[in-house]
Design a protein around this ligand. Structure first.
Ligand SMILES: Cc1cc2nc3c(=O)[nH]c(=O)nc-3n(C[C@H](O)[C@H](O)[C@H](O)COP(=O)(O)OP(=O)(O)OC[C@H]3O[C@@H](n4cnc5c(N)ncnc54)[C@H](O)[C@@H]3O)c2cc1C
Length: 412
């Protein structure tokens, strides 16, 4: 049996691609190392899955070239994701920042998608790792599959012990984030060996670790709304399009939505700059007459969690009255509150990351996500160099790109 398409990876990208392609009448094989499809989808969004977002725009994604998103997000919009939820019989709710979460466990979404794949005639190869992938080529430079020599016409691979042959291959193998679920960069390295430009995976949507002796150590548990910037030398930028989000102090450093989003852009050697009062200029507060009689500490504890205010405020200023502060001290205090900078020691790594940035570069793919090097090979989902910020953007991209590839696959 020669399949029209073999799909490696039964995450949201592979599942939707398989279902839609099979509904078009293609013979589809869907292969995954896990016994259950959608292993990562099942744990997404604390188990409920933040599956899409009302505010879908290119600036909610990172990647070297995100231009493809304009057409991808038009072709598969937030309404399309909601229609998919309806079709799967799954209710949802809208939370802040336009985030759409399922109201039932995300694992049910994966199960129901798999049932729809099954109904459409998809052949599942679950609990089987794809290996020995042989690609069609003229001179067989990468070695023949199944020990054959000479040129080959089809994609050939093993799904566990079983041989699978297909006219087209879809790589929907995700990223190396969350290796405890078996995630790795194996398929990305293979993509490089087939001639594609790749950007190595790096953990994003991940907490940041601070040096043990950083001035705000010991504040774990405190959470507040902040704006985060990144600074290298004199170059300070505030990359998060949402601006203000919660930060959480942890025993190793900082986490929370603001930090997870900042980690998408943070690179080693860059300082993290925290504006602890993003909506309230401290200088204005210090200049207000009615605040003059307050102790500096008390002014700060009215606006900030007390333990944070005590740690931030220099001892020589804490017990003075606001009115007694000279210009230099006011500026020093404002700098500490609005421009607190620290050099993170690193991230908590792939094990704690919700995604990995990097992947197969768009320069190696057509506008339909087909390889420019190996005709008939497609990539979709997180393995492509497009990564969403926090808010349902990654699952949305997985669905949108999976749907895009399903349309592009050729039928004999
Ligand atoms: C803890 C956590 C929470 C998250 N929460 C959210 C959220 O709420 N919203 C959101 O948008 N995103 C979230 N994400 C990210 C999101 O889950 C992923 O971006 C998304 O699942 C990617 O979909 P995908 O189909 O591309 O890849 P995956 O879902 O990773 O699926 C890829 C599949 O390929 C299989 N595979 C890989 N190599 C092989 C091989 N050689 N042979 C056979 N099978 C193979 C893997 O087993 C895997 O099942 C979260 C991630 C984590 C880790």
């Amino acid at each position: 049996m020669i399949y029209d398409a073999a799909i490696i990876g039964a995450g949201p990208a592979g599942l939707l691609c398989a279902r839609n392609a099979a509904r078009r009448g293609l013979r589809v094989a869907l292969i995954d190392s896990h016994e259950e499809p959608g292993a990562k989808l099942a744990i997404a969004g604390g188990g409920k899955g933040n599956i899409t977002n009302r505010i879908l725009a290119e600036n909610r994604y990172i990647g070297r070239d995100t231009g493809i998103l304009r057409s991808a997000l038009k072709a598969f919009s937030c309404n399309d994701a909601l229609a998919l939820m309806r079709e799967l019989g799954l209710p949802w709710e809208e939370r802040d920042f336009g985030q759409i979460f399922g109201l039932k466990p995300a694992a049910i979404m994966a199960e129901r998608l798999a049932v729809q794949c099954d109904d459409a005639g998809v052949d599942f190869y679950l609990g089987r790792t794809a290996s020995n992938i042989g690609v069609p080529e003229k001179d067989d430079a990468h070695g023949p599959a199944f020990g054959r020599s000479g040129p080959q016409e089809h994609f050939r691979l093993f799904a566990g012990q079983e041989k699978v042959t297909a006219r087209q291959l879809v790589v929907a193998a995700g990223s190396s984030a969350c290796p405890q679920l078996g995630a790795s960069d194996q398929l990305l390295r293979l993509a490089a060996s087939w001639g594609h430009e790749i950007i190595p995976f790096r953990p994003v949507l991940v907490p940041l670790v601070m040096p043990a002796d950083w001035p705000l150590a010991g504040l774990e548990g405190i959470s507040l709304n902040v704006r985060l910037g990144l600074k290298r030398g004199n170059d300070l930028r505030w990359p998060d399009p949402e601006g203000i989000r919660p930060l959480l102090f942890t025993h190793r450093g900082v986490s929370g939505p603001a930090v997870l989003v900042a980690s998408c852009w943070w690179t080693p050697g860059e300082e993290l700059v925290v504006d602890f009062l993003p909506e309230l200029p401290l200088l204005e507060l210090l200049n207000e007459k009615e605040n003059g009689k307050l102790l500096v500490r008390n002014l700060l504890t009215r606006r900030l969690p007390a333990r944070l205010a005590d740690t931030l405020c220099p001892e020589d200023l804490a017990r003075r009255k606001v009115a007694e502060l000279g210009k230099k001290d006011r500026l020093r205090l404002a700098e500490l509150v609005h421009r607190f900078s620290v050099l993170p020691a690193g991230t908590e790594g792939l094990r704690r990351a919700e995604a990995a940035a990097g992947g197969v570069a768009l320069s190696s793919l057509s506008r339909r996500l087909e390889s420019l090097h190996i005709p008939g090979m497609f990539f979709c989902g997180e393995i492509v160099d497009i990564t969403g910020l926090l808010g349902g953007y990654n699952i949305h991209w997985a669905f949108a790109s999976g749907a895009m590839v399903a349309k592009a696959l050729r039928r004999d």
